[in-house]
Design a protein around this ligand. Structure first.
Ligand SMILES: *Cc1c(COP(=O)(O)O)cnc(C)c1O
Length: 426
């Protein structure tokens, strides 16, 4: 297809898009900015802007401490119940608490204790660093007989199922995996891995940070044990919004949080001097949540539930397939290489392209000197540009424009005007 034919197709796809109406519910300062980093920090829902001023003025400003009973105290479980359908979980299995890193620590620690006697943890070489750092810390805490075994990657993009399975043995206490890999977007078959790990007597903890709100997830149907994930990525909860955690119902009262804070106590306001873990999911709370960030999560979740995960996932696939086909036809021989799996069922909602000049191309997209279009993807070392497609607000026309800009940047060598010096946050 020529670039003009692709443009006509993009316009057609936007007109037919069942999620078209959601874009206008986000704060979009300029139509000339194409935001493809919703997998790292989601856009601001307009309702959140309004809601936060209400929370600040009415709840904090006017109702002060009374707001705890009226609005805040139950919010962690109420929002958990709203996230549950998005990830195929049930009421009472999900709660908002702390950060993803801390939740990963709490649940891994609890799982290792439940599995006393088994001393290996399995993860993979594509996992997000914080996940591996937390596990390395747990090894120190649990003792020298504990080991972390990482499944390796052949191509830097995916992990073969057989390779992962070969690491899981009868001595495996816990398998910790990101459902969608942060760099390549490689996605595991959640049900197959969970079933295999269970057969070997291991528990599985899924990190859903790059998956929740973008792809369909069936935790209950897959009999998944544990999960954690961010709310500031595809859920649009805002910078630093607290994370969620999931524990399957029958496991909840068998697991103990290593951080025995008062919010996880059965009756925090009795101020008893001895900790008694709450029944159910609340026992995984630690202390007071960041209330403003917590309250900001709701509008993003409600939009996702209104749109429905099946429709969202379908559009994610269509956006990325459109991007793939345009890259194949328009950027052939421009030095780009695939950094993500080509099959949509093996991928989350972003696509990485590799290029030796990836960093400077990224800079040229973000700070255009000649074009009026600013495009924000992100760069991941050493040579990946990640393009995140957020079905609620990314349009097919934006995908078209992105490939068009990439072509311009390479043809005019625009990247040469930038330095290779990295900023603090890339
Ligand atoms: C984004 C992300 C995190 C971030 O964890 P924080 O504790 O919120 O900083 C963790 N794990 C994965 C897989 C992620 O994608």
């Amino acid at each position: 297809m020529t670039t003009d034919q692709n443009f006509t197709l993009a316009e057609q796809l936007d007109r037919d898009d069942p999620l078209h109406k959601f874009r206008s519910r986000f704060y979009i300062e300029s139509e000339n900015t194409i935001y493809l980093d919703g997998n790292s920090l989601g856009r601001l829902p307009l309702r959140t802007k309004e809601l936060l001023s209400e929370v600040i003025e009415k709840e904090w400003g006017t109702e002060l401490i009374e707001s705890w009973n009226r609005h805040w105290y139950q919010k962690t479980t109420q929002l958990g119940d709203k996230i549950a359908p998005m990830i195929g979980a049930s009421n009472g299995e999900v709660i908002i608490s702390d950060s993803t890193s801390i939740n990963l620590y709490k649940l891994s620690h609890a799982a290792l204790n439940l599995q006393k006697g088994k001393t290996t943890i399995v993860s993979d070489a594509l996992n997000f660093p914080t996940d591996l750092y937390i596990l390395q810390g747990l090894l120190k805490e649990f003792g020298p007989e504990y080991k972390l075994n990482l499944a390796q990657t052949n191509d830097g993009i995916s992990i073969e199922t057989e390779e992962l399975k070969s690491k899981i043995t009868e001595n495996t206490a816990l398998v910790v995996l990101s459902l969608v890999a942060f760099k390549s977007a490689f996605m595991y078959q959640l049900e197959e891995i969970t079933e295999y790990a269970h057969k070997m007597g291991a528990l599985v903890l899924w990190d859903l940070s790059h998956a929740a709100g973008a792809v369909e997830i069936e935790l209950n149907k897959s009999n998944a044990d544990l999960a954690v994930g961010c709310t500031y990525k595809y859920m649009n909860g805002g910078p630093g919004s607290p994370a969620f955690l999931y524990v399957r119902k029958d496991l909840q009262d068998k697991l103990s949080s290593p951080i025995q804070g008062w919010f996880g106590d059965a009756l925090p306001f009795e101020f008893d001097l001895n900790y008694r873990p709450a029944q159910g999911i609340r026992r995984f709370l630690a202390g007071t949540p960041p209330v403003l960030n917590l309250m900001a999560i709701e509008p993003g979740i409600e939009m996702i539930n209104e749109a429905g995960m099946a429709t969202i996932h379908q559009k994610s696939i269509r956006l990325s397939e459109f991007f793939h086909s345009m890259v194949a036809s328009q950027l052939k021989n421009y030095g780009f290489e695939a950094g993500s799996p080509t099959e949509p069922e093996k991928r989350g909602s972003h696509i990485s392209l590799k290029h030796v000049e990836a960093y400077r191309i990224c800079q040229a997209l973000i700070q255009p000197k000649t074009s009026t279009i600013k495009i924000i993807p992100d760069f991941r070392e050493p040579d990946n540009i990640r393009f995140g497609f957020t079905p609620l607000y990314t349009t097919y026309k934006e995908v078209w424009q992105t490939v068009h800009r990439l072509r311009e940047i390479i043809e005019n060598k625009e990247y040469e005007q930038f330095s290779t010096q990295r900023s603090d946050v890339t």
